[in-house]
Design a binder for this molecule. Structure first.
Ligand SMILES: [Fe+2]
Length: 209
């Protein structure tokens, strides 16, 4: 996963009027969905992901809060994973994830789906891996590829077969990320280190309340 680094975020507009803020959040959300709807019409995966990535970066870098506060609440025990938007034509879903202090993922795949991930608040550490072997039939090996520390407005894409990584929050404060997946990701595989390599394990993916 390659993350694009940018200049620091511009300062926020401070209207101080709640209604005005709510309208702005809604229009920012609508703008995001409109941009994503356009991006997913691109058939070629790399171009599609590039366009999704650009949309997320532009929207987040505007500096406005557009996720409802309940999307920012950490969960006990594991990272929070909530559905923000499901495309009515099932082409993509948008999720918000919250990474509390010390929370992260196991090494995992994305069940063959492309995905684009953008930091909304805080920072995350992303380590990408390449796979050696066939997880259908044997223990596999992983080669550590790129380690990235990403902050707000920085996005990266994973396009199969390069779809293996870990995500962790390196800081003491919660981080929030926005994820766009091709379709709805209801499962993935995690990879557990065992003697001689990594063993694949099916993992059902659910949404946090
Ligand atoms: Fe992931």
């Amino acid at each position: 996963m390659e993350f694009t680094h940018h200049r620091p975020l511009p300062s926020r507009e401070g209207s101080g009027i709640e209604n005005n803020m709510a309208i702005k959040s809604e229009s920012k959300m609508k703008e995001m969905i409109r941009r994503l709807d356009a991006a997913v019409t691109i058939q070629e995966q790399k171009g599609c992901c590039q366009s999704v990535k650009q949309a997320l970066e532009d929207i987040v870098r505007s500096g406005e809060d557009f996720l409802d506060p309940h999307f920012l609440i950490p969960a006990d025990g594991r990272y929070a994973r909530r559905l923000v938007h499901k495309d009515p034509n099932d082409r993509y879903t948008v999720l918000a994830m919250v990474w509390d202090k010390g929370q992260g993922t196991a090494l995992h795949d994305h069940a063959g789906h492309w995905c684009v991930e953008c930091v909304y608040r805080g920072r995350i550490q992303v380590i990408s891996y390449s796979l050696e072997g066939d997880p259908d039939t044997e223990l596999v090996k992983f080669h550590r590829e790129i380690e990235i520390m990403a902050g707000p407005g920085e996005a990266g894409a994973l396009i199969p077969p390069f779809e293996y990584h870990t995500i962790a929050n390196p800081d003491d404060t919660p981080a929030v990320t926005i994820h766009v997946y091709a379709g709805e990701l209801d499962h993935c595989y995690i990879f557990n280190p065992v003697e001689g390599g990594f063993q694949r394990e099916y993992r059902e993916l659910t949404y946090t309340a």
